[in-house]
Design a protein around this ligand. Structure first.
Ligand code: HMG
Length: 389
């Protein structure tokens, strides 16, 4: 009998501040309907000066370790495309902040927004090899585009942590996967740049091509027909993209694509992304959190996951929601993570955006702005110093 392996627990964290799109529109004169309706975004999370992917990742994972302990965790996979070091995995800092056992392997993975899905699939493989172990997957990103660019409205920041193991309480990850890779320059960030470069329309087309590609392969591998899925969690660089992608998939498969069909399939996956913004690797799993926290009972139903990472790599797979999952959700904590953010005005956001860490190797404490459990206290001799409150 094949093992049941998947997501046993899921928790997310987001940044200290929030910028409503009305404030961005007030600055750049954009008609607010373009943000609220055209791209489907209400606000975006903005990290404080003493927050980064490590503090976000640790904040997402801490409740999981508090609930389950760390005895079974033998691997931490940290997925990000906003890496803070060319050599050291951000996961090692998280491992330290969470007090995980030294008998752990820790590694960082990168392929744009797709990295967390690679991490999840690798975790499933590790658990298959040794069902006694659990894998902690952490997906953490800060999405940053140039000020006054079209991409600016699609920024955000968040981390999702998932505990992967046998007999999962939330979602069983199923075979097969549909896969797709194409060498395209739709979005990229050379090592010397803080903000991503993007060809907006090209990136949307590349995403839709990848959606076709993964679905074709998924079908050839013998996956579920489209009509069997209860809902679809898409990567959401902005929430309207999930609607565009699902319409594209329905048309590709020769189905009708009325607005109600599309809203039924993706509507409940967008509640968190619409107020957090693009969280790159975390985005598709924030979609899952939103679905599980908002939908009527999904026990036993397959959910489709479409993970896209620019450049590009994509994967489609099914996850079956496990009976009794509702007793394990963190709906209240997720709502609080969003509600606790402090509004920042446009000038404050701009100052945070323009801030960069000194590179002279000196002693540089960071201003204490966060109120969360972990903070980046400063830099000392080119080393990041973290604190647990
Ligand atoms: P833009 O040029 O500012 O916007 O760029 P637009 O002119 O295309 O308008 C956007 C939508 O708003 C359009 O709807 C307009 O009609 C509508 P659509 O035709 O697309 O359905 N609109 C209005 N609606 C209502 N009332 C109004 C109004 N005005 C206009 N008054 C773009 C938008 C998303 C391209 C830009 O923000 C951008 O470049 N973002 C970054 C790139 C991105 O998110 N790409 C998505 C696919 S790539 C991806 O997902 C990977 C990624 O996450 C990175 C990774 O993998 O690591 C980005």
């Amino acid at each position: 009998m094949s093992l049941s392996i998947g997501i046993h627990d899921l928790s997310f964290a987001t940044a200290e501040f929030v910028l409503p799109h009305t404030a961005l529109a007030g600055h750049n004169g954009t008609e607010i309907g373009k943000y609220h309706v055209g791209i489907g975004q209400e606000s975006m999370s903005v990290p404080a000066a003493d927050e980064d992917i490590v503090t976000l990742g640790a904040a997402a994972a801490a409740p999981i370790v508090a609930r389950h302990g760390s005895d079974l965790i033998r691997t931490v996979v940290f997925a990000t495309e906003s890496s803070i070091d060319q050599a050291k995995s951000a996961g090692v800092y998280v491992h330290s902040l969470l007090g995980l056992p030294s008998a752990t392997r820790v590694v960082e993975l990168k392929q744009a927004c797709y990295g967390a899905t690679a991490a999840l699939q690798f975790a499933v493989g590790l658990v298959h090899r040794d069902p006694a172990q659990q894998v902690l997957v952490v997906a953490s990103d800060v999405s940053k585009y140039e000020l006054d660019s079209p991409g600016e409205a699609t920024q955000g920041a968040a981390a999702v942590a998932m505990l992967v193991g046998v007999d999962p309480a939330l979602v069983r990850v199923e075979d097969p996967s549909g896969l797709f890779t194409a060498d395209v320059m739709d979005f990229w960030r050379p090592n010397y740049r803080d903000a991503a470069l993007v060809d907006g329309q090209e990136s949307i087309n590349a995403y839709l091509q990848a959606a076709e590609g993964v679905w074709k392969d998924y079908t050839e591998q013998g996956g579920h027909p489209l009509s069997e899925f209860a809902a679809f969690c898409y990567h959401q660089p902005f929430t309207k993209m999930a609607y565009k992608a699902h319409r594209h998939l329905l048309n590709y498969c020769g189905h009708g694509a009325g607005p109600d069909d599309i809203a039924r399939a993706v509507g409940q996956t967008t509640a968190y992304n619409t107020v957090i913004g693009n969280s790159y690797t975390a985005s598709v799993y924030l979609g899952l959190a939103s679905l599980l926290d908002h939908a009527d009972d999904l026990s036993g139903r397959p959910v489709g996951f479409l993970s896209y990472g620019s450049g590009s790599v994509a994967e489609f797979f099914a996850g079956t929601v496990v009976a009794g999952y509702r007793g394990h959700l963190r709906t209240q904590a997720h709502r609080e993570a969003i509600a606790r953010r402090r509004p920042v005005d446009y000038a404050g956001y701009r100052a945070l955006h323009e801030r960069s860490l000194p590179t002279d190797g000196g002693e540089h404490p960071t201003p204490e702005q966060t109120t969360g459990p972990f903070r980046l206290a400063g830099l000392s001799g080119h080393k990041r110093i973290y604190q647990r409150r």
